[in-house]
Design a binder for this molecule. Sequence first.
Ligand SMILES: Cc1cc2nc3c(=O)[nH]c(=O)nc-3n(C[C@H](O)[C@H](O)[C@H](O)COP(=O)(O)O)c2cc1C
Length: 413
Amino acid sequence: MDVQRRDFVLAGTLAAAAVATSAASAQTAPASAGPGETRGSSVLPGDEKVQYTGGTEVKRLKIVNTAELEVEAEKILPKGGYGYIFGGSGAEYTKRENLRAMVAIGLEPHFLGGVLKPDLSVTILGSKLPFPIIIPPMGSHGLAHVSKEIGTAQAAEATGALMVLSMQSNVSLEDVAAAHPGPKWMQLYFPADRGYAREVIMRAKAAGYSAIVPTIDSTLAYPRDNNIRNNFRIPASLGKGNAPKNEPDPVKAAAIMSRRKVDLNWDDMVWVKEQTGLPVVVKGVMSPATARQAVERGIDAVWVSNHGGRALDGVPASVSVLPRIADAVNGRVPIVFDSGIRRGQDVFRALALGADVVACGRPVLYGLALGGHLGAQSVLEYLRDDLYIVMQLAGTANVKAITRDYISPPRTV
Ligand SMILES: Cc1cc2nc3c(=O)[nH]c(=O)nc-3n(C[C@H](O)[C@H](O)[C@H](O)COP(=O)(O)O)c2cc1C
């Protein structure tokens, strides 16, 4: 069956039924929160028959820039899958802002500093990384390539990059860990079922993930035009890598997975820390107030992100709020940044405005789509090498040296 042709209205009704079925097994499930609970990752009866094939080639990519990768990926991916990766929520104002605001930030180089070879290495929460660019959590890499998250994990392993695995991965977190013994964190969409939440974070700890990353900006799904237009849900046949172990029925298991704790709060974040003893990185911080509270509640790092413009549309570019958040945090915990990183300059901009490490999302998936693990690796190497050149040209010997002194004041003419 072609996933593009499914009846969307019918899909919504069946999804509601599937969600209702799961309520019985949810230990802390509140009453339905209403609109926004059905997601692209929801599974309905019959979905397992929907077939999908992402990219199949495995090759190094000659990268001119990441915008062109997007164009190439569109040519080879099924329409629904490409739309899912490419799209933002609502009117896509925030998605556009991420790119617009980023390029508007001018760099101010300091020449004649005698920098020969910039040192790109950085340490975050105990992980020493060769360069400050990490892979953010993204669900269902099978939409991009048949190697799924294994391809991305191999690219991370080859480059030494830290990979953050989405809880919505097609491959199990254990299999990803086997493919990437190097640094990795586990993302959590906090489930309504607390028993399942505990299962996932404890599995991650046992498999060697060294931090848990609860995403706080997606308690409900803000509609995405592409998915509605294409009647698209992630094909269940791609696999649900982290399904609850004690639920053999795949539809019920998927319903438990997709039903999130809507009334998420700080106690839930602290609970993750208490259960695992691992550092907790709160992803989706978009205000100084949230960042301050995170530090006060003992959270180990804040991740400034608007989800690449895929959560609440209408918020500013992540980079626009970064300086105020960095001021609020004042060096007390590390800051991760994402949304709109496309070049070495963007990494440099975010580091200068207060980030400790920076994540790049869609371009990694486009690289995976076009060239499997070698394609994703090519993207990471492109960003790394671009950053190297920018750092040398700007006159920064190491990552710590990249400060606001290297950002031009806003233009007055
Ligand atoms: C296809 C796709 C799936 C995503 N899935 C998740 C997810 O499962 N969990 C999450 O916290 N963020 C998810 N994100 C958001 C990314 O972690 C990251 O915030 C975003 O991609 C950064 O923006 P960029 O794509 O402009 O670099 C996803 C993003 C994309 C493009």
